[in-house]
Design a protein around this ligand. Sequence first.
Ligand SMILES: NC(=O)c1ccc[n+]([C@@H]2O[C@H](COP(=O)([O-])OP(=O)(O)OC[C@H]3O[C@@H](n4cnc5c(N)ncnc54)[C@H](O)[C@@H]3O)[C@@H](O)[C@H]2O)c1
Length: 289
Amino acid sequence: MERVFVVGAGFMGAGIAQVAAQAGYAVGLWDERADALSGAMAEIGRSLGRLAAKGRLAEPVDAVLARIQPAAGLGDAANADWVIEAVFEDPGLKKKLFQTLETVIPDTAILASNTSSIPITRLATACRRPERVVGLHFFGPVPLMGVVEVVKAAETSQDVFEKASEFVRSLGKAPLRVTRDIPMFVLNRVFTAAFNEACDLVADGVATPEDVDMGLKLGFGWNAGPFEIADNAGLDTLVRIMSFTGSLSEDRLKPGPGADLIRSMVQEGRLGRKSGRGFYRYENGKKTT
Ligand SMILES: NC(=O)c1ccc[n+]([C@@H]2O[C@H](COP(=O)([O-])OP(=O)(O)OC[C@H]3O[C@@H](n4cnc5c(N)ncnc54)[C@H](O)[C@@H]3O)[C@@H](O)[C@H]2O)c1
């Protein structure tokens, strides 16, 4: 059985660990915060329970859960085949983590980042063996979203790129192959341009977030509106991403005047679904009217 080790047990790391376990991998999950790790295990149990109740789980919940081992530290990555980091969106933090991981993991292991925006090539500069570093950009909630961007950095070997695409298929998801490593890859560039415009319109008082979301769903067939997507992703995570996108050369990707709205919401503790309030209110994780 191949082994997957996930670092960072937040919204994304927990989801990645879950789908890997569902696909039959032995999974190690590590977070530097013990409460994040225990919270992730509880959330994975709840998520598997919901899937089982809908008849969408091939095995009993306990059988899937038994394949996920909360780790005691990064040392537990020593026998991993796949190592996927999903820590905060901070290039310095991710580079330091990659450096440490390379001293622990087997030579044959593939090292992946779930960054939303930072070029993988930049993270790989921290590594002795950049040819085994690849981007695996999942979308949240991971158990429900069907696509993963597979990002080939400047030095990623073709073999690692192919294996990573196959790994994504083994999780039951479609790989979107990004063959040139540019900031924010493909889907976040498209989303960010739309989201920046939506924020500016709301901040300008042209329309409410509810109406923009409603319009994009009914007018363009989106499954969720940009403010619903932002609440799910976590507004604190978006602010971290903005501190990176502000340095990009393309104006359409830079946070516009509407970004101040997001920053002030985060300061007030309105982080989106995870804190019970963002653009919308949530009770027990469910959106209220
Ligand atoms: N939220 C989204 O929708 C989304 C989508 C795609 C990609 N991403 C990316 O995934 C990554 C994680 O995002 P998230 O939304 O899960 O964030 P999150 O805040 O929910 O979780 C991050 C976790 O990383 C842990 N962590 C931080 N430093 C660590 C370290 N040195 N070692 C171990 N654990 C550490 C934190 O304790 C926290 O539990 C980011 O790079 C983000 O840009 C997020």
